[in-house]
Design a binder for this molecule. Structure first.
Ligand SMILES: C[S@@+](CC[C@H](N)C(=O)[O-])C[C@H]1O[C@@H](n2cnc3c(N)ncnc32)[C@H](O)[C@@H]1O
Length: 478
């Protein structure tokens, strides 16, 4: 559908006849089998146009939220989403862009392949495939192994080169978390949810078949295709295993790098699997984000913070919802004071949300990256990269300045206070013991032996404790 924002005044004459149906009229419409396609198309276009300049174009007596309600319901009907998901996805974007997103989900993404550098070079692979009648081109400057297939006179998943493991049929978005993780030769790496192995085999190639990758997946049946891909692509540094990711690091730990390409709702890959449009409910998102939060902590705890070459962790999903992405990342930051977000190293992608519909995330969440079908012509995707440090180092670091300033919500969260006034109205007498303990700990950290407990002077009782001091103390204990 072509979304016309109606910026030109010339179209106003025709558009003025538009009438937003009342709730009653919409009920009647529903009862008679829903509005026909042309009415829906027109209404979608008109609602977008009105919402773009609501003050000027809004129907008198009808609110902005009435227009939005109708628009979301019409999006659901027109593109075939349940109301719940239509609304959830709609609010990710400005009005006009939301329509572009829903439209892009109706179009298949380009077919892309990843050259397996363990077996060949991209230039050689491209030449052989061109000779077989495949029309292709490098995907973009950001990858030196990807090729986009425009058309092919042979089935791209059954050429002799495919069978010999010279390439992997892989969505362009799937390259991104591996590029961000950037595993190095001779490292010990965990791919916590790895089947069918697109990312595992990519990592194996970047590590030049050295070191070791534990390719895990909880679903044993799916590890068959994982093992098959590992063999076909000639990856000799991969050990396949099947544990629930939540059993790590008990089963294994001490990794230089970990990738958690988490199980997710798949709202980024609707063009591939349109069943997502109707089969996801509120409960699914609650359960998924709960699992993702459990997995992310286990992934973080599986990393060796003393790794000489790494100490990095990447979290990714093929979903665009905030609770599966920024919400999970923010949760991990709160639960593990020894991690920080770092730049993904990816040259494109939109910044992650630091605020969303009344929720505020840690400011460093802007370092995460979002990818969209209508913007980047690839599946919807999310990538976050963390550096994991020793917990004791974090204690020492608390004496220094934070890399990223802590917003008030975080101070409250970490101090256990629930309102701003609880921090500022700090009762020094009541908390004397804790202040003393804090001072003694800081002295010990600086190598000074503190006076015996109870004997130290706490200074003027009027002196207020800076919220930062309260925060770092709690963080150091966490
Ligand atoms: C997005 S897919 C992984 C795709 C894979 N990384 C690739 O590139 O080919 C998510 C995977 O998580 C696995 N999974 C689901 N729950 C899990 C759990 N609790 N622990 C480990 N893996 C899990 C699923 O079986 C699925 O294969």
């Amino acid at each position: 559908m072509d979304v016309d924002s109606g910026e030109e005044e010339g179209v106003e004459g025709v558009e003025d006849e538009f009438h937003l149906p009342t709730a009653e009229e919409r009920e009647q419409e529903k009862a008679s089998g829903g509005p026909d396609l042309h009415i829906l198309q027109r209404r979608l276009r008109e609602c977008v146009r009105v919402l773009n300049k609501f003050k000027k174009r809004g129907e008198s007596g009808r609110s902005r939220s009435e227009h939005i309600e109708t628009l979301i319901s019409d999006i659901g009907n027109y593109y075939g989403y349940n109301d719940y998901l239509a609304e959830k996805l709609f609010y990710l974007f400005p009005v006009e862009e939301a329509i572009e997103f829903f439209e892009a989900n109706e179009v298949a993404r380009p077919v892309t392949i990843r050259t397996n550098t363990l077996r060949t070079r991209r230039r050689d692979l491209a030449q052989i495939l061109i000779n077989r009648g495949v029309n292709l081109e490098p995907i973009g400057k950001w990858t030196n192994v990807g090729l986009q297939v425009f058309e092919s006179s042979v089935p791209i998943g059954a050429t002799p080169e495919y069978l010999a493991g010279h390439y992997m049929l892989q969505a362009a978005s799937s390259f991104l978390p591996v590029i961000a993780l950037s595993p190095q030769p001779n490292e010990r790496v965990l791919d916590m949810a790895s089947a069918p192995g697109g990312k595992t085999t990519h990592m194996s190639a970047l590590m030049q078949n050295t070191g070791v990758i534990f390719a895990n997946d909880a679903n044993k049946a799916r590890t068959k295709s994982l093992t098959a891909n590992v063999h076909r692509l000639g990856c000799k540094n991969v050990v396949v295993c099947s544990y629930d990711g939540r059993e790590f690091p008990k089963v294994m730990g001490g990794f230089d790098r970990v990738l958690l390409d988490a199980p997710c709702s798949g709202t980024g890959v609707i063009s591939k699997d349109s069943s997502v449009k109707i089969n996801k409910s509120d409960r699914d998102f609650t359960l998924l984000s709960h699992l993702q939060k459990q997995l992310i902590l286990c992934a973080i705890d599986s990393i060796n913070p003393d790794s000489k070459t790494g100490g990095y962790f990447v979290y990714s999903t093929c979903s665009v919802t905030v609770e599966e992405n920024e919400g999970v990342v923010d949760y991990a930051l709160k639960k593990r004071p020894n991690i920080k977000l770092v730049d993904t190293g990816l040259s494109f992608g939109r910044e992650g949300f630091t605020q969303y519909r009344g929720k505020t995330f840690h400011p460093s969440v802007h370092l995460t990256r979002r990818f969209y079908p209508h913007v980047h012509n690839m599946d919807g995707f999310f990538v976050a990269k963390f550096k994991v440090e020793r917990r004791s180092k974090v204690k020492a670091k608390d004496e220094e300045e934070e890399d990223v300033p802590m917003p008030m919500e975080f101070m409250l969260e970490k101090t256990g206070a629930t309102t701003n006034s609880e921090v500022t109205a700090f009762d020094e007498n009541e908390d004397k013991k804790y202040i003393e303990d804090g001072k003694r700990r800081r002295m010990r950290a600086k190598g000074i032996r503190p006076p015996p407990a109870g004997g130290a002077k706490t200074g003027s009782s009027k002196k207020t404790v800076a919220p930062e001091a309260a925060t770092t103390e709690v963080a150091a204990d966490a």
